[in-house]
Design a protein around this ligand. Structure first.
Ligand code: SF4
Ligand code: SF4
Length: 496
């Protein structure tokens, strides 16, 4: 029987505790920036510069059945459609639509309100979820309708309410303030994917959220399980192992074991879309760190980081900014960049000098905390000596970049930076190698094709020559026959 925990990981005390978890409605931003990059490509704008748009109006869509639409989150005028910087691991620029607010907050007529979802077919509900722009809001941003549509043999739906990182409290707040909506959202997902049961996983330091859900849950197919508060319990495979004692092997997927995982925020978004016909135009974001008064805000998608940070009374010191979390987040260099569907938290910390990196003392602490069971110091040595192949043999691709090893390393070695670099480098090398292999195969086939054509042509020439020879021999034979016949006629005449 599982004890709802897993090997490795670390217990990190929330460094930015608040007396009371709240959700504050952020003011309307003066402008928003909506990136058009999707999972499966790029969405096409369906508005032009100068157009007036309403809140909830589709401004970009994709023809692929895989991706979701983008909606205006404020009413106003389309200011530009161009490439801009957004917070993304790749550091690339993406095409974006910028909308300037008219300050009116005028909505499309969405004709929603207390719909009984059981009147809809599963296909209709999947369509509503896709059209409402819902993606996994825990971090990966995978389109929700793809995860739940036409799944076979799904027995368990896991709802991840663990909060991915210490200090983040957006899901905690949602569970405390919207428990009914979350339960109904889960019932909709259960209906669509046909799972026997759902398990909501909540860390045991979120008692208020746990009690709120327990109080409203009347569905005996939905269990609410408390799990020990430990980082990285929110990682999908680890959560499955903790809850169900099922191991998803390297390269494997939860769905292959009949399991679907969804984030708490996503279930609330599903409720809003299906019951209230409200597309995804806002989300709850935690703003925390020692540079601000931590709190949660409901903010319109596309508002700038700066817009939200300005509401948290930041101190006057110089700050570092990070999106997502202190462990796995991404550094934000420009706070004018937009908040997206997966922005769960913004960390605003006072700038401090970086610790000095020292040599590895082979203490082994990194291996003890690795939740995947890797050998980080070994990986580090191989990568440092550019022996990427050895690092791959030591399961480098399985590293989830959780930074537990970084956190405990007494030598302050930025291990995750090494692992992340080596993974990207190896991926690039594989792509390059595949390109070389494809080019080599193409060259070989071209050579074979040319040789084959040459042989075929030679054969044709030979056949032609042979046919000509035969024709000439035949003609010669005919001529001979005619000559002989003429001679015979002549001889006969001479005798007469
Ligand atoms: S924790 Fe740091 S110093 Fe210790 S073995 Fe790992 S990499 Fe080396
Ligand atoms: S970052 Fe990778 S190697 Fe380090 S603890 Fe996490 S999974 Fe293990």
């Amino acid at each position: 029987m599982s004890n709802y925990s897993f090997k490795g990981g670390i217990v990190i005390k929330n460094p930015y505790l608040v007396n009371k978890v709240e959700i504050i409605q952020a003011s309307l931003p003066k402008k928003i920036i909506l990136p058009l990059q999707k999972f499966d490509g790029k969405a096409k704008p369906c508005v032009s510069v100068g157009d007036y748009v309403l809140v909830g109006q589709v401004v970009a869509s994709t023809e692929s059945g895989f991706d979701v639409s983008s909606h205006a989150s404020i009413s106003g005028v389309v200011l530009s459609i161009d490439t801009q910087d957004i917070v993304h691991k790749s550091g690339f620029k993406f095409q974006c639509i910028t909308i300037k607010s008219d300050g009116e907050d005028k909505w499309i007529d969405n004709k929603g309100g207390n719909v009984d979802f059981l009147h809809y077919s599963k296909e209709t509900l999947v369509g509503i979820i896709q059209k409402s722009g819902i993606v996994g809001m825990g971090g990966a941003g995978f389109p929700t309708h793809v995860k739940i549509n036409k799944v076979l043999d799904c027995h368990t739906l896991i709802i991840n309410g663990t909060e991915c990182e210490p200090g983040v409290m957006c899901d905690d707040a949602l569970m405390q303030f919207y428990p009914k909506e979350i339960i109904l959202g889960i019932e909709i997902l259960l209906y669509i994917c046909g799972a026997d049961r759902a398990i909501i996983a909540i860390e045991d330091d979120k008692q208020a959220a746990y009690q709120a859900l327990l109080t409203v849950n009347r569905n005996d197919r939905i269990n609410i399980n408390q799990i020990p508060t430990k980082y990285t319990s929110g990682a999908e495979k680890l959560l499955i192992k903790a809850l169900l004692d099922i191991e998803i092997l390297s390269g494997g997927f939860a769905i292959n074991e009949g399991i679907i995982c969804q984030n708490i925020s996503t279930t609330k978004a599903v409720f809003d879309a299906v019951i209230n016909h409200k597309p995804l135009v806002s989300r709850i974001v935690t703003v925390t760190g020692d540079g601000v008064y931590p709190n949660n805000f409901e903010v319109r998608l596309g508002a700038s980081f700066e817009h939200l940070i300005s509401m948290t009374s930041p101190n006057t010191k110089e700050h570092n900014y990070r999106m997502g979390g202190m462990m796995m987040g991404i550094d934000v260099v420009d706070i004018n960049m937009p908040i997206g569907k997966t922005t769960s938290a913004i960390f605003v910390n006072n700038k401090v000098s970086e610790p000095i990196v020292q040599e590895c003392i082979r203490c082994g602490q990194c291996s003890e905390v690795c939740p995947i069971g890797l050998l980080p110091q070994q990986l580090y040595w191989y990568i440092k000596s550019k022996n990427f192949e050895k690092a791959l043999n030591y399961n480098l691709p399985d590293c989830i970049e959780c930074a537990c090893c970084d956190y405990v390393c007494p030598s302050h070695i930025p291990l995750v930076s090494y692992f992340s670099f080596a993974k990207t480098f190896s991926k690039q090398q594989t792509i390059e190698q595949n390109k070389v292999n494809t080019a080599r195969e193409r060259f070989k086939y071209r050579e074979y094709r040319l040789e084959r054509n040459k042989l075929e042509r030679a054969q044709v020439m030979l056949d032609k020559k042979k046919a000509l020879k035969e024709k000439m021999a035949k003609e010669q034979f005919q001529k001979q026959k005619i000559t002989e016949a003429i001679q015979r006629v002549k001889q006969a005449k001479d005798k007469i």
